[in-house]
Write a protein that binds this ligand. Structure first.
Ligand code: GAL
Length: 349
């Protein structure tokens, strides 16, 4: 018998949640706008906000070629469309100039709310300054801008995200929960390499810092052999971990990856080098991508951390809806991470 996974469960609850919210707001005719949604994911558009309660939402994603943001944007499209909104999702192609042009196009079209996953968090203030004269509210997602940026557009700008410190701490705790507490060779030192995401991204910074802080807070001595800048990318991590294994060999006890895409790349190189996760090396990621969760179930990854795309897309949809309906919106909406271990991984498949 197939059990419903936690991700499916979260998804089902989220859909019920948005439907209930729609009903609660007086039940505008959602079907007409929803039915115009293009089946080509990411380009669902509705002609106009004709139906009562409907609106047009512009969504800017930093890069479609990102595994986690692919899950997230599919959720967003589903929930916003479910509310009867017209949704247009643009691919920033990891280029801030491209994204800025897309924002300008949305402004010319006169969308009701913008959901923005900035390419460069350092450009968030410029983005706000570009949008604020129009009065269009902004929901920032996934890449947290400075609080001063949110403050500069009061009541019109919020951030929906997860506290990356928590995910880093959980990664450290996953290592502490292993038989050797991360010290496979018993020399009293946890020797590791780190595969980092985009270095200007707070998720990458906090996961790098807090995973190690968790070990140190538990009284462990650590030794970082190298931090690789792998930009959230599977192929880059695969190459770097292959090189690291060739250079450092058995010295490496733990491979920390700021996300699962990089962990999956690392796993390929670990297995190619004849190393065995759980026996002579440990490997952790973040996101709980299906392939990584399967690897945890199979004992080929030590663990991962659920980055709750469903919870975040639900919160972003709710914030958008409140802006559309003129309700007061908080400045921050936080969604928890969850540790995924061999004990609970099957629930997240
Ligand atoms: C992180 C996620 C990464 C990547 C990044 C993009 O939260 O763990 O896999 O999607 O966001 O900013």
């Amino acid at each position: 018998m197939k059990m419903i996974s936690r991700r499916d469960f979260l998804k089902a609850s989220a859909v019920v949640g948005t439907t209930a919210a729609l009903t609660a707001c007086g039940g505008g005719d959602s079907s007409s706008a929803a039915s115009t949604a293009s089946s080509a994911a990411s380009t669902a558009t509705s002609a106009a906000s004709a139906a009562a309660g409907s609106a047009n939402i512009g969504v800017c994603i930093y890069q479609f070629a990102d595994n986690f943001m692919t899950l997230y944007r599919a959720d967003l499209e589903e929930y916003l469309t479910e509310l009867g909104y017209g949704v247009t999702i643009m691919d920033g192609k990891n280029d801030q100039n491209t994204q800025t042009e897309q924002i300008n196009t949305f402004l010319q079209q006169g969308v009701d709310v913008l959901i923005i996953n900035p390419v460069q968090t350092t450009s968030a203030q410029t983005i706000v300054d570009t949008i604020s004269p129009s009065g269009i509210p902004i929901v920032f997602i996934n890449r947290e801008p400075d609080k001063a940026v949110l403050d500069s557009y009061p009541d019109k700008c919020c951030y929906v995200g997860a506290d990356a410190r928590q995910s880093g701490t959980y990664q450290g705790e996953l290592i502490l929960a292993t038989d050797t507490e991360g010290d496979i060779n018993g020399d009293g030192v946890i020797t590791y390499i780190m595969c980092k995401g985009d270095p200007e991204n707070i998720d990458a910074q906090y996961r790098t810092e807090y995973s190690i802080k968790a070990l140190e807070d538990a009284g462990k001595t650590v030794n970082c052999l190298y931090e690789y800048l792998d930009n959230w990318d599977q192929t880059l991590a695969q190459q770097d971990v292959a090189n690291a294994l060739a250079q450092f060999g058995d010295q490496i006890e733990v491979v920390f990856c700021n996300n699962d895409a990089m962990a999956l790349g690392a796993l390929q190189s670990i297995e190619q080098a004849g190393r065995t996760v759980g026996t002579d090396i440990y490997l952790v990621g973040v996101d709980a991508l299906a392939e990584a969760v399967q690897a945890v179930v199979d004992g080929r990854m030590t663990g991962t951390v659920l980055n709750d795309d469903v919870g975040q897309a639900t919160a972003a949809t709710e914030a958008t809806k409140m802006y559309v309906e003129g309700e007061a919106v908080e400045q921050y909406y936080w969604v928890d991470y969850v540790k995924v271990t061999s004990e609970n991984a099957a629930d997240y498949l």
